[in-house]
Every structure is written in C-alpha cells, then in structure tokens.
Design a protein around this ligand. Structure first.
Ligand code: IMP
Length: 408
C-alpha cells in the first residue's frame, strides 16, 4: 500500500518535477496534484524526451497508462486547464480527472491579484490568493457548480466582476484603464459554456477514489507544488503562497490519512533560490550568485522572472524535515555547484565554506562533505541525488523500479 509524497523543502523551484518524473517513469500508478494552481511550473517529458511545462496538470499526464488526479486542494483556472489539455493532447475519459470540489479561479481573482498583490508580494498574478480567499470565505464557485449549474454560476461570476469594475471606477480609474479587463472578461464569457463543458468531461466521478486505489495497492504519488518556505502557515507570512505545500496540505486535499503516507521525499537544491518579495539569510552577494543563476537557468517557469540565489540553508531544510516527517532527501542540481570556486552552505545562522565540488560522485571529497553535512544537520540518512540535468541522471538510494502495479 505505498503512497509517496514529494515536497519541495525550500522556496519552490527545487526541481520536484524532475524527481516526480522519474517516479512516474519507474514507479507510480497514480499521480495527484494536491495544492496550488497555475502558479506552479512543472517540467514533464514525453516518451521521446521532448520537454513540456505543466502548470495545473499533474506530471503524469503524458504517460497514458498513469492515472492523474487534480485533488480538491487545488484552485483551477478553467481557461488554462482547457489550454493545457489541448496542448498536451490529454483526451477526456483517458487518464486525467479533476475533483468537482476544486474552486475555480475566476477572472476577477486574476484582476485583484494583479492590482493588489503582484507588486506588494511579488505574486505570479495567476489569481491564487484571491481564489483561496473566496474559498475560505465560502464564496467559491467549484468545478461541480460550473458543470451542474453553469448559468447560475456565470451570473455569480459576472456579478463579482461588475462589482469590482464599479468599485474601480468609483476609486477613480478611467474607462480606458478598465477596458482591457472588460475585453478579456467578454472573451472569457463567450468561451465559458465550452470551457465548462470541457472541464465537465474530466470531472472525477468518485471523490473517494484514492481510498479505493490505496486498498487495491496502487502506487500513489502525491505531487507537491511550490515549497515549505512558501507555506501559508510558515513564519515567512505574508511572503508566501496561499496554499499549504506540506504533509498537512496533502492530507486535507486527498482524503488520505497520515498512516497511509509511507514515505515523504523532500527535494532540495544544493543551493537555494527564491522569487517574489522578501529576502533570506543565505543570499549570495559576492558575484557567485550570477554563476548559479546562469548555469542553473534560474528563471521562473511560470513568469520568467530571475530567481535570487543563495547557499543551501540547512536550518530551513531541517525545519521542513521536522514539520513534514521527511524520510528521504533528494538533492538536485549539484552539477551546477561544480561551477562554483568557493562554495558554502548555511547553518546555525551563518555561512560555512565547503571543499570545492569537482564532480557529482560518491568519490568526490567536496560532494561527500556536502552529503555529510546534510545528513548531520537534518538527521536524514536516506539521500538520493541527481548527477546532471538529463532525464535518468538520478541516483536513488533505493531502486523504485521493482514493484509497479498497473500494466503498461
Ligand atoms: P502566488 O502563489 O502567485 O500567490 O505568489 C506568492 C509567492 O509565491 C510569490 O513570492 C511567488 O513568487 C511565489 N511562488 C508561487 N508559486 C511559485 C513556484 O511554483 N515557484 C516559486 N515560487 C512560487
């Protein structure tokens, strides 16, 4: 009855997509996205190795034999959903379902995010925060609402939009300022029927299905988005996202219980990156950050924004390990660190120098020192790591390839 949970333990962009992709290829029968929305950007590959980025779809969608579920803790932009299924040719009735209880991201949510939070908090402007606000206020329109009563739902969506536009006009915005949003909204409304019908074709027809899969011994992979440092419940509030990329978030969203999670895999980069507002203690300012950014291609997959770079913060990782009951760490992008002449890591509130890492191998003194420090500071002995950027360049401490259940 194995269920694995993959979480990012830093500030998002750890390379979880990579790790999930490997587990999809070699182990998983079912992949579940459980929080966030189009703010995520996960890299997926088809069988020929072509690269794609998904935002709301789980990483398993390109593998037809894998069951993919978007669970109710996610907020869904139906326009983006329809676009992604079309782009990736994911047919309705094949291997993707979305919970009827997912709140939708309405056009109004995106406008509020852009006007109010994008500058203030550096959000992705995908409407995430305002959509979750409505959810917790119990004002959300859910996927099942637009499927079961599309006309009624549309009236609510329109009312919210017109109320906002009216308020903006009262606050002094000119009609010219408002026009682009009216145009976008009108286009959205003209596609609404088609979009709600399309989404309806993918609707999950059994909300308890994960318990059934669990009983049938399917290998279930819970795919986290973002990372611990962005958890709404973290000390970094308000420089966080509006969901919970944590074991708690996974349980709430999926309806699995804590005893049904067999292994929590935490993904960390061998350095740290962050986009959006707020600094962090291990930020690099001696010029080496530019090398990490360039070699590591540290630009957001969703927004294209440059990421700030810093040394691996083991205080942060240790905290995330404790809070999520992490069993196993997967360390990625150490090959990027081989380009750094004077590497450091950060722990107990300060930087410590590391021996230069020449190659990512168990025989390289710099790499071994890094692994030792990670083990020492976090107490986690099960360490896996990637050796390069390509698919398959990953050394697992266990071989997951052995007990897949579904037939290909
Ligand atoms: P929001 O999730 O769009 O509300 O943005 C809130 C914060 O989370 C901002 O600092 C974003 O840059 C950050 N964020 C959201 N999604 C991601 C992600 O997938 N990777 C890295 N940062 C993210």
């Amino acid at each position: 009855m194995p269920t694995k949970l993959v979480l990012g333990l830093q500030h998002g962009d750890e390379g979880k997509g990579r790790v999930v992709d490997d587990l999809v290829q070699n182990w998983a029968d079912v992949v579940v996205r459980f929080q966030g929305g189009g703010n995520a950007g996960h890299t997926v590959y088809d069988r020929k190795g072509n690269k794609f980025v998904t935002h709301i779809l789980p990483v398993g969608v390109l593998s037809k034999e894998i069951i993919n579920i978007i669970a109710r803790g996610c907020v869904v932009d139906i326009e983006e959903f329809c676009q992604e299924v079309a782009d990736l040719n994911v047919q309705a009735g094949s291997n993707l379902s979305v919970s009827g209880f997912c709140p939708i991201i309405e056009p109004t949510h995106k406008i509020i995010d852009r006007l109010k939070y994008q500058k203030r908090l550096g959000t992705t402007a995908k409407g995430i925060g305002p959509a979750y606000s409505d959810f917790y206020a119990r004002d959300s329109i859910l996927i099942k609402d637009i499927v079961n009563s599309p006309a009624e739902s549309l009236i609510k969506i329109q009312t919210k939009f017109f109320n906002l536009q009216e308020k903006r006009a009262q606050d002094g915005e000119s009609l010219e300022d408002l026009k682009p949003d009216f145009d976008l909204f009108n286009r959205w409304v003209s596609n609404y029927r088609k979009m709600s019908e399309t989404v309806g074709l993918y609707r999950l027809n059994n909300e308890n299905v994960l318990q059934d899969y669990y009983k049938k011994d399917y290998n279930i992979l819970l795919e986290g988005a973002q990372g611990s440092g962005l958890n709404i419940y973290s000390d970094n509030y308000p420089d966080v996202t509006s969901s919970s990329p944590s074991i708690g978030g996974a349980l709430n969203s999926t309806g699995l219980n804590h005893k049904q999670i067999d292994e929590v895999i935490g993904v960390i980069k061998s350095y740290k990156t962050k986009v959006g507002s707020g600094s962090f203690p291990s930020i690099i300012t001696d010029g080496q950050e530019k090398i990490l950014a360039q070699v590591g291609q540290e630009f957001g997959a969703t927004t294209g924004r440059p990421r700030q770079c810093g040394w691996l913060d083991l205080d942060e990782v240790k905290h995330a390990v404790q809070q999520n009951g992490v069993d196993h760490l997967c360390i990625v992008k150490t090959d990027v660190m081989t380009h750094i002449e004077n590497p450091y890591f950060f722990v107990h509130g300060r930087n410590y120098s590391l021996t230069k890492i020449k190659t990512v191998s168990a025989f390289d003194p710099g790499f071994v020192e890094l692994l030792n420090q990670i083990q020492l500071q976090t107490g986690i002995n099960n360490l896996s790591y990637t050796t390069g950027p390509k698919r398959g360049e990953i050394v697992w401490y266990l071989n997951y390839n052995q007990n897949r259940n579904l037939k290909e």
